[in-house]
Design a protein around this ligand. Sequence first.
Ligand code: SAM
Length: 244
Amino acid sequence: MSEAKGRLFGLGVGPGDPELITLKALRLLRTSQVVAYPAAKGRKGNALTIVEAHLDPSQILLPLIYPVTTEKMPPPFNYETAMRAFYDESAEEVAAHLDAGRDVAAICEGDPFFYGSFMYLHDRLADRYETEVVPGVCSMLACASVLGAPLVYRNQTLTVLSGVLPEEELKRRLGDTEAAAIMKLGTNFTKARKVVADLGLLDRALYVERATMENQRIEPLAAVDPDTVPYFAMILVPGPRWEA
Ligand SMILES: C[S@@+](CC[C@H](N)C(=O)[O-])C[C@H]1O[C@@H](n2cnc3c(N)ncnc32)[C@H](O)[C@@H]1O
């Protein structure tokens, strides 16, 4: 007789402040037997840090450890191949618990479907197991809140950009929008700020790192020391204020 399989939950746990989690995500987190979370080697990871106060010692913790984060690896290392293998293996680790009838809460910083690590588990598992995704407060909106920056008025267009894009492409896309978020800064910061400056947007653009986390930092964009910029940082260009 086949046993019932567990359910997979992709839970957005918000951008950092533990109070920015939905009641639904919290309920499913607490009732899942397994909690899967992404983390860098030797680190707890943001998602687990955000929710750990809500966990019970009886819950099984399943760390999914990234093979590489920002460090440079010697050739013939291929980032795409390594990440694909990592997500394949992670999905099978999660699947083993689901096959054993255990519900798995895969927690994700911010929102699971907004550049979320959960997307890669979803792509591999959602057609094999009952799956539910619970949206979370995404970092872009948390950044706007702590910066006190209304993002888009009336018919303005908001463009979400990855700082990883080449300079020319960043410039083309940023030049063609009214409001923007530039994510994934870290070592991409200098390039991103140059593009903002070249387009004459330095006065309007804002910078924040680790929004809503205990170590949140807000600085004028022009004053930021590139050597200190973490990956969890963002440049926001709010749409021009509409004087109602
Ligand atoms: C892989 S994406 C994860 C996005 C996340 N799923 C969300 O919904 O916001 C990581 C990028 O999100 C941004 N980010 C996430 N959390 C942040 C925070 N608390 N403060 C500022 N930026 C943040 C940074 O730009 C970072 O490089």
